[in-house]
Design a protein around this ligand. Sequence first.
Ligand SMILES: C[S@@+](CC[C@H](N)C(=O)[O-])C[C@H]1O[C@@H](n2cnc3c(N)ncnc32)[C@H](O)[C@@H]1O
Length: 280
Amino acid sequence: MPTEQQAHYKQAMRDQWSTAAEAWGANHPKFAEMSKHVTAAIVVAADLKEGHHVLDLAGGTGEPSLTVARQILPEGTVICTDLVQPMLDAAQRNAKDEGLTNITFQQVDMEDIPFEDGRFDRITARFGIMFPPDTQLALSEIKRVLKPGGRVAFTVWAPIAENPSFTVINGPLMAAGLLKPPPPDAPTPFRFGEPGSLTAQLRQAGFNDVHEEVRDIEWAWPGTAEEQIAFNRATLTTTRNALDAAPPEVIEQIKAGMNKHKDGDRLNYGAKIYVVWAVK
Ligand SMILES: C[S@@+](CC[C@H](N)C(=O)[O-])C[C@H]1O[C@@H](n2cnc3c(N)ncnc32)[C@H](O)[C@@H]1O
């Protein structure tokens, strides 16, 4: 049974990601461009082979599912899953636009995976494993549906302080008292920011050959500061409330911070992530 706090976090996740799904869908091409090096990293870590059957968890608007689907043709299949259906609706449109036919879509909570034991060769989650409130429950489900010898591959964020695309916004909002740091156990993007923390969870769940690599990747918003503020406002509900309450001088501070990273027609921040993989 989940604790009351865990049930609260799960409902908050459902609300937050459903509300923002349309904006994530509309911004898919820009975010896919921004995050393409993370996609590449998770695909390499997953060690995909033609014919693999892959489960992508927390698939959002379709990455890495779409890239994985192209790599395992002609016999391989991907099931792109997510906690909320509106994200999957966007993913499904993206797969159709690309003409991919070896990918299906299903609403799945990774704490309660509706597939039989040992079904998948590979399981991926890009920026997703931090969100189920009970990490050990999610990892036990992931291990159960993985084939013996199968592999999981995850990407997670290093600490927020090392990721300027977040601090340029959150810094001024926090300094103005408009945004508060989340409780330490909250399912936030930076939950596994402490080096080795996801590795420790995987070992505790009984995975073998756990590898964790820190990567400094290119991470560039393909547009202006104004467009990035609009993107963050539309896709991150907590940031939205703070941005809406922010006085003009705080917004100007945010824009100035973003424009320090201007590189032609992009905002070139760079990012620090961990790529983590393990074997059942
Ligand atoms: C940051 S997005 C990542 C989406 C995509 N993988 C990407 O990298 O663009 C996080 C996703 O996790 C999903 N999510 C949150 N909790 C989940 C859970 N318990 N099980 C499955 N998905 C979950 C959300 O609905 C959201 O789509």
